[in-house]
Design a protein around this ligand. Structure first.
Ligand code: NAP
Length: 493
């Protein structure tokens, strides 16, 4: 069913437009606002208050003021807030999905998938909250007793990207709540509406005032800069590009802050000669085209054994050609627009550069004419050394390159400064283990094109970052360890 303009307007009107500081939605201290656009039309959706440095510091004041009390709250209470938030987000799944489609562009069916995935972090960490144990043991010489406990690290700055507006927020907020940290959340300026609605939902779920503060705005460095220098801040968790992550790590070093860095990717998608090719094409479509290719986990380099390369490439190109680039609210849409005009130009520049360097265009290769920032789903045949293989594409473009041996496949896969996601298609489980062991990636999909899951530790190696989100590991990012040494309780007094 097509979404009506009235439904869109009603939903947009229900999104809080202010800054959430100490449980209240406030105007920015500058009195300025900024516009949020629909990438499928280029039109303004709505305007939000534009946070300043002063507002960011007010948000940290609020977070710091309640940190001690929040740290002492009962794990069960925090768990129940998260569980209620899961229920509320799930009840409002259609609102969250439509809002993401409007501000980010992904087709509604995909946005619904993100709501289910994003909500799952709330449920997962609600369960983890009450099962996060320490240890009690006897010292090796047998005299003293030792207690090791986990404590919340303290006020945390959470910075999220525009590509998964709900899931990137819940993946940070849920473990921080579970651990007992207070937060200042800075969403991406291109897609802040989902975080605004999510924060409102967290308050409705019972989160006390000041625990979660949200400062949307156009000047990321004015918001993060003074916070990163402030001794009350204890942690920064960032998801975004590697250059910005590196800059934040330098700032974090000055203030000895704990950091979690989920950075860029350049995922290889390996198809061996024994793979089920239809399954590989299906997996390739999911790994490449989810989020229009604008995902850190997006397959970026298709490495295909020469014996099956022709067949795989043709089937893959046919599937790409069949996609329908339409506004995400259209029931026929199977691929949405690129996030903005500049990002679309960047994608096209990568394709043009690859073609100039000798790539063959199998399908696509150009922007879609008309409203919005659509780009044709594109398959390129490239050879080793093609400049596009060294770049995070962040668009619906798939370069295919061949290999002739397992050794060469491993070498090509590792020929990247990034190490986030990777995909292996083969029927041979021994080969999967051999290759997984030798490729330098934090995540491996075995005959699977989508592997993100709230219960799994998500994160990369090399220039893809530090730390893990989700899984049992996710809560550790927000805790610090305290050891209590107890004198020998059996010693004579
Ligand atoms: P980005 O430009 O690095 O921005 C990410 C966030 O950082 C945004 O909120 C942005 O604010 C903020 N930011 C930008 N400059 C900053 C500065 N100097 N100081 C503090 N904050 C700053 O990345 P993006 O374009 O939004 O997202 C795409 C990138 O994210 C890709 O590289 C992708 O691979 C990566 N990503 C990684 C993961 C993962 O889990 N590893 C997941 C998703 C995306 P503004 O929006 O206001 O500029």
């Amino acid at each position: 069913m097509t979404v009506t303009a009235q439904r869109e307007q009603e939903l947009l009107a229900s999104v809080p437009t202010g800054l959430l500081i100490n449980g209240e939605w406030r105007d920015a201290s500058s009195g300025k606002t900024f516009d949020v656009h629909d990438p499928a039309t280029g039109k303004v959706l709505t305007s939000l208050q534009d946070a300043t440095s002063e507002d960011a510091l007010a948000a940290l004041d609020a977070a710091d003021a309640v940190q001690r009390e929040w740290a002492l709250s009962a794990p069960r209470d925090r768990a129940e807030i998260l569980r209620r938030a899961f229920d509320l987000v799930t009840e409002r799944a259609e609102d969250f999905a439509l809002l993401m489609t409007l501000e980010m562009g992904k087709p509604l069916a995909e946005a619904r998938g993100e709501v289910a995935y994003g909500a799952e972090f709330l449920r997962w960490f609600s369960e983890e909250t009450v099962r996060h144990y320490g240890r009690y043991f006897t010292s090796p010489e047998g005299k003293n007793k030792m207690i090791v406990t986990h404590k919340p690290v303290g006020p945390s700055l959470l910075i999220t990207p525009w590509n998964f507006p709900l899931a990137m927020a819940t993946r940070k907020v849920a473990p921080a709540v579970a651990a007992g940290c207070t937060m200042v959340l800075k969403p991406a300026k291109l897609t802040p509406l989902t975080s605004q609605l999510f924060a409102q939902t967290m308050m409705e779920a019972g989160l006390p005032a000041g625990v979660l503060n949200v400062v949307s705005g156009t000047s990321a460095s004015s918001i993060s800069g003074p916070l990163m220098k402030d001794r009350r801040l204890r942690k920064v968790s960032f998801t975004g590009s590697t250059p910005v992550g590196v800059r934040l790590m330098k700032d974090a070093a000055e203030n000895v802050l704990r950091t979690s860095m989920e950075l860029g990717g350049n995922a290889p998608f390996l198809v061996f000669e024994d793979a089920d090719l239809d399954a590989a094409v299906q997996g390739a479509m999911a790994a490449k085209m989810r989020n229009m290719g604008e995902a850190c986990t997006a397959a970026n380099r298709f490495l295909v054994h020469e014996a099956v390369a022709e067949e795989f490439t043709q089937k893959f190109a046919d599937a790409m050609k069949a996609l329908k680039p339409l506004r995400g609210t259209d029931p026929e849409s199977t691929v949405g627009p690129i996030i903005d005009g500049g990002a679309r130009d960047d994608v096209h520049a990568l394709v043009t550069e690859a073609v100039d360097a000798g790539a063959d265009v199998v399908t696509g290769g150009a922007p879609v004419e008309g409203d919005g920032y659509f780009y044709q789903p594109t398959v390129l045949k490239v050879s080793s050394g093609s400049p596009i293989l060294g770049q995070e594409i962040f668009g619906p473009v798939a370069p295919v390159i061949t290999f002739s041996s397992e050794e060469e496949a491993i070498e090509l896969a590792n020929a990247s400064e990034y190490g986030l996601a990777s995909y292996i298609y083969t029927r041979d489980v021994n080969k999967m283990f051999r290759v997984s062991e030798q490729i330098e990636f934090g995540l491996v999909g075995f005959n699977a094109g989508v592997i993100s899951n709230a219960s799994a530790p998500f994160g990369g190696v090399k220039q893809s970052g530090l730390g893990r989100e989700g899984g049992a590991e996710g809560i550790e990012e927000y805790t610090t360890v305290q050891y209590i040494g107890i004198a020998d309780p059996y010693a004579a007094q």
